[in-house]
Design a protein around this ligand. Sequence first.
Ligand code: NAD
Length: 714
Amino acid sequence: MTDTIRYDRGDDGIVVLTLDDPRRGANTMNDAYVASMEATVSRLEAERDQITGVIITSAKNSWFAGGDLDQLGSVPADRGQDVFDLSTRVKGQLRRLETLGKPVVAAINGSALGGGLELALSCHRRIALNNPKTEIGLPEVTLGLLPAGGGVVRTVRLLGLVNALTQVLLQGTRHRIAAALKLGLVDQVVDTPEELIAAAREWIAANPAAAQPWDTKGYKIPGGTPSTPALASMLPAFPANLRKQLKGAFYPAPRNILSAAVEGAQVDVDNAFVIETRYFVELVTGPVAKNMIKAFFFDLNEVSQRDIGEVPPITKVAVLGAGMMGAAIAYVCARAGLPVVLRDVSLEGAVRGKGYSEKIVAKDIGRGRISEDKGRALLDLITATDQVADLAGADLVIEAVFEDPALKHKVFAEIEGIVAPDALLCSNTSTLPITALADGVQRQADFIGLHFFSPVDKMPLVEVIKGEKTSDLTVRRALDVVRRLRKTPIVVNDSRGFFTSRVIGTFTNEGIAMLAEGVAPASIEQASSQAGYPAPVLQLMDELTLTLPRKIRNEYRAAASAAGQQWEAHPADEVIDRMIDEFGRPGRSGGAGFYEYADGRRTGLWAGLSTFAKPDVSIPFEDLKERMLFIEAIETVKCLDEGVLLSVAEANIGSIFGIGYPGWTGGVLQYINQYEGGLPGFVARARQLAERYGDRFTPPPLLIAKADAGEIFA
Ligand code: NAD
């Protein structure tokens, strides 16, 4: 087995352990590590009398990257005992290290995340090299796991229950060095690699009898145990607060972390380790961690690490329309260091659009996130104008004017002769087919959809839409832009609403259809939250405004009739029409929607929704939840079948990062794969929903064919 830890004992008796997995770019907690650590700890114990101390450092850019996700993402449900044994062994090694009876120092020369920080926590002192890129934390929760190398037990004992839970464990926060020092995850920070080892040696010399606080007589957990009155009165609030994060019962990791921390704080260290392992085994053998690891690690890598090849550089961006989207797109371009000309019909409108960036920059300066100089430099990159002549020479055009094809044609016609002759021409339309929009430009091969999501500076996804005439080079140039803006792209083929708008529309329509059936609005909201959606469905519809689905519906209907196709009304249509026409409640921007608003703030569901209530309606709550998850999954399969979607990974990543499909599922197609009974189980349930609620749930042919063939979406 490969040796991943180098062992060097100097004349002074100090052993320097260098983490250096020769087969990988980063050190991970794989089988080779476990074997190497076993041998290392045994040797330290055998040579104990000749040793004065131990320094652990790394030969890689990161110190230690943590668990091996290849392994963790594929543990079968019936291998729980094996995981328990392995985890116990890994923990046992770290326990032997911290009870060696000699000072052990972690000389942290790069990021220590997950298993990496757990190794560091089992050392008596953590000294870190001051590097702005270094991250320290236990992000396991973001993959549906908990840190099972003693991370829960030791952070609770080091920082106290409240800090360990809120600052480290429950959010999986990745701390920069300064924050890690302040919190107490790191004890000391030095500026150079030489100082790092020197400081470690110094500390060893000064602390020959180092031991962990929890192995020291009289030790008490900071802030007390769950039976300490002050803490006891706080803890009951934790599960309630967690509910917000858990979004229903589907995310088991935060719940298990809380249990492991609280139960572990009431017993001795060794029993606490066992408790931690049990809660870990439950997570790692269950479906949610597997889904999340697949989505957040494998699928994300697949879509973000595309080969783009050589493309011409971007030197000047023209953003057309300085409204909500244009203003924010200008900001992310400037943030990436690109000069931007932001154009609107009036100078006043353009200046207002630049104001969006000014606000963010002022806030960031106020919070110390960027310096005043950097903030000013960012703002200097944005020129607000009403003059098309100012767009001369731009090699990237992003159009974000009103959603009106004629207007979009007009603004492209205005600028095409002014910008660079080979400028990339992008539209941020959220629904209009790209091929038809491209009819308005001379260079149709250079035209492409670049669909950002609101709020642009926070949402990580960009949907790149290929029109019929879009060239491959144009696609690669668009991907290069997205990467430059530090976002994740999915590439789809053209269709009305593309992938994201089309699928999210089925979700909002489903919620509204329930209202039409007479379901209590609070139950609808609760069902979507419990299914794991980031925002309740009616609340989301208010944000998007009810006029939007109506406009899209009218466009669809017109397109269907032009193509001689049948148009089918949706049960949500009538509710939407009445909300707008009869009650004058088009959504948040109109000051009233499914919710009431006071001074722009949401105050509660509108009592008038009782108009739609039916006293005798009785729909199982499980159906309410699954109808939303199913309708989006079924529409996605249709997108795949029609060639709108090009890959399963793009469907999964696009659904989570673009349109808020619940992360616990691993994405919209993974939801189908993992449904109880697999694809046949999903098909059977879809048929049942179709019988109860309408043909829109009828499983599409591709789904049935895959289920019959025993395949999954992969
Ligand atoms: P908006 O109404 O906030 O802004 C549109 C801006 O375009 C206005 O400032 C308007 O003055 C300007 N404009 C109109 N005619 C112009 C012209 N001839 N030249 C220059 N500017 C002109 O709209 P928005 O929400 O920012 O949406 C813009 C586009 O982005 C639409 O196509 C929309 O579908 C799409 N989109 C919106 C969202 C969203 O969440 N709002 C998300 C993704 C995509």
